[in-house]
Design a protein around this ligand. Structure first.
Ligand code: ATP
Ligand code: MG
Length: 557
């Protein structure tokens, strides 16, 4: 899919209509992360949507707004990391960076306005009582004993809340709406709570903090957001979003539109669970390449453009669903297939001696860097009498359709010669194959099959023993969970589904010499093995991550 030619969706239709009818001549969206964790692939869907609209429509902008109203769980490291991840993903908020905490004074004034209108009151019920008074889905709630207190009293109590004269939990400010509403969100929701905590931006200036629903609609309004796009779980909050705006004197009324959040198979996306995986050491960190975080994917070698294409591909609906993670993996594969240079590497080497090849000779075979993209150039690969091949490209007793190396069988070395296995050398103690003796046919160089000779079906990769580079570590990653829906069964801890083989480390891989000066971040296709990204290269100390295998090995499972 061409990125310039992005698919349409129901939200874009609404926006197009609003432009056509003249309701708006300028569109403003926002991405509102809470700085209490790192961004994951679900957030990417929302980022691509909101910033994507700003890119596609003329006169459209997207704000980055930190929804920082919970001082206890938030911090500046997350604020920085989130900005870094959005930039990496390919989006820019220009000078449109905002913080809900910047609006605390204004939000406070709006709350006072509600009190003065008799539409908000300070309530002394504790958390348990509040729950009890709230009622249930089938039963209406009961009014708080404080709901008819005078405006003067409420103003005074709210002022005291602000000045830190009450303990946490002792009082809250609530909107006076309807305790019998079938929508529980409308049963006198809390507007402000007391927290005697240090906020990462306002320090100890504020000891009361506005709740999400109150903050969000008013922040949207203050920034002149036209379309406030959020996930489906906020559908039931929309009446409250509208109530605050309807009951306060505001210059505009943004429209909240909900869409289905992204769920992915073999993946958990709740920040709480991701934090748990880090804290309980199932993964190394938030940027562990097995994590569905943007930092994890970046370290794993996923290109940002592949994630953007994935977000386009899954589209936007009003119905919850779970996307097959294979779709994301395929986007990554397709992108890397286009852009990665080809190289040869042997992960599990076994020595091969080509007994009829001259002893001290080295020749340089020509190889293409990309079979379909000649402009990516060519390279030379040294070939000599002793080479490594992949251990599992040899079988002593091969099944019928095994076209690789076996006693007496022939195989082609990629870019090189056809060799024939003449002798198998084993360790006398263990019986393990330690070396293969082969002969080569000098007329078959570079893919040539001389007339009268049969074509060899198998082609294997290799590197020359005295002309290769060791990889100190290659990390092979697999899916973090063994089942597609790890959180489906509420009675089973999702962590019991963790894949014990999600990481394996290879320390003795042999690389084509051309990889010795690869730079951190470079991506390669190791032929027949997959896509690999360089994670370290310090004076010959080389590390790689496998980003993704060549084929979906889970498809058969
Ligand atoms: P929390 O449970 O901490 O609120 P959150 O995932 O909602 O977690 P936010 O930082 O509030 O985290 O999310 C920022 C924005 O990203 C929100 O607008 C939210 O709707 C959107 N978002 C979060 N998760 C997904 C998802 N899985 N799919 C699509 N959008 C998402
Ligand atoms: Mg949220």
């Amino acid at each position: 899919m061409n990125e310039l030619d992005r698919p349409t969706n129901f939200i874009k239709h609404i926006i197009e209509e609003d432009i056509k009818t003249g309701k708006h001549d300028k569109i403003v969206t926002r991405f509102p992360p809470e700085p209490n964790g790192y961004l994951h692939i679900g957030h990417a869907k929302s980022i691509c949507l909101n910033f994507g609209i700003a890119k596609e429509f003329e006169n459209a902008k997207c704000n980055l707004r930190f929804d920082d109203t919970n001082p206890v769980k938030e911090n500046v490291d997350y604020v920085k990391a989130i900005q870094d991840d959005i930039k990496w993903l390919g989006f820019d908020w220009e000078n449109r960076l905002y913080f809900a905490s910047d609006y605390y004074q204004k939000l406070y004034e709006y709350a006072v306005d509600l009190i003065k209108q008799g539409k908000a009151y300070v309530c002394s019920l504790n958390a348990d009582q509040m729950r009890e008074y709230r009622g249930t889905l089938t039963e209406p709630g009961r009014e708080s004993p404080d709901c008819n207190n005078s405006i003067e009293m409420n103003l005074e109590l709210f002022e005291k809340m602000k000045n830190g004269e009450f303990a946490e939990g002792e009082k809250v400010l609530r909107a006076k709406i309807d305790m019998a509403s079938p929508n529980i969100n409308m049963r006198d929701p809390v507007i402000y709570r007391i927290k005697h905590a240090h906020h990462h931006r306002t320090g100890r200036d504020w000891l009361i903090f506005p709740m999400y629903d109150f903050t969000h609609c008013l922040s949207d309004m203050l920034e002149g957001i036209t379309h406030s796009l959020c996930t489906l779980e906020f559908e039931d909050h929309r009446p409250l979003y509208d109530w605050y705006l309807d009951n306060l004197n505001t210059p505009c009324h943004p429209r909240q539109i909900e869409f289905a959040r992204l769920n992915l198979t073999y993946t958990v996306l709740s920040k709480r669970k991701l934090l748990e995986l880090v804290e309980e050491k199932f993964v190394d960190s938030w940027d562990d390449p097995r994590m569905p975080t943007l930092r994890g994917m970046r370290r794993r070698g996923y290109p940002a453009v592949a994630i953007r294409k994935f977000c386009d591909l899954i589209g936007l609906t009003k119905k919850d669903s779970c996307i097959d993670v294979a779709l994301l993996e395929n986007c990554v594969r397709e992108e890397l297939n286009e852009t990665s240079l080809r190289r040869m590497a042997v992960l599990d080497p076994i020595k091969v001696v080509i007994t009829n090849y001259p002893e001290n000779e080295v020749e340089y075979l020509e190889a293409s860097n990309h079979p379909k993209q000649p402009e990516m150039g060519k390279r030379k690969i040294p070939f000599a009498r002793e080479i490594y091949i992949e251990r599992d490209d040899f079988m002593e007793e091969p099944p019928k359709k095994f076209y690789r190396l076996a006693p007496g069988a022939e195989v082609r070395l990629r870019y090189g010669y056809v060799i024939k296995c003449e002798k198998v050398i084993k360790d006398s103690m263990t019986g393990k194959v330690t070396e293969l003796h082969c002969s080569y046919d000098k007329d078959t160089k570079g893919g040539v099959t001389p007339e009268g000779k049969k074509k060899v079906k198998g082609i294997i990769h290799w590197v020359a023993i005295n002309h290769c580079q060791r990889a100190n570590s290659i990390k092979l990653y697999d899916r973090l969970f063994t089942v597609p829906f790890p959180t489906q069964d509420k009675d089973i801890d999702y962590k019991t589904h963790i894949n014990p083989n999600s990481l394996s480390v290879i320390n003795n891989a042999k690389l084509e010499i051309n990889l010795s000066n690869a730079e951190v971040g470079d991506c390669f296709q190791f032929e027949r093995l997959g896509y690999f990204v360089v994670t370290a290269n310090n004076n010959g100390y080389l590390e790689f991550n496998r980003t993704i295998s060549l084929r979906d090995s889970w498809a058969k499972v």
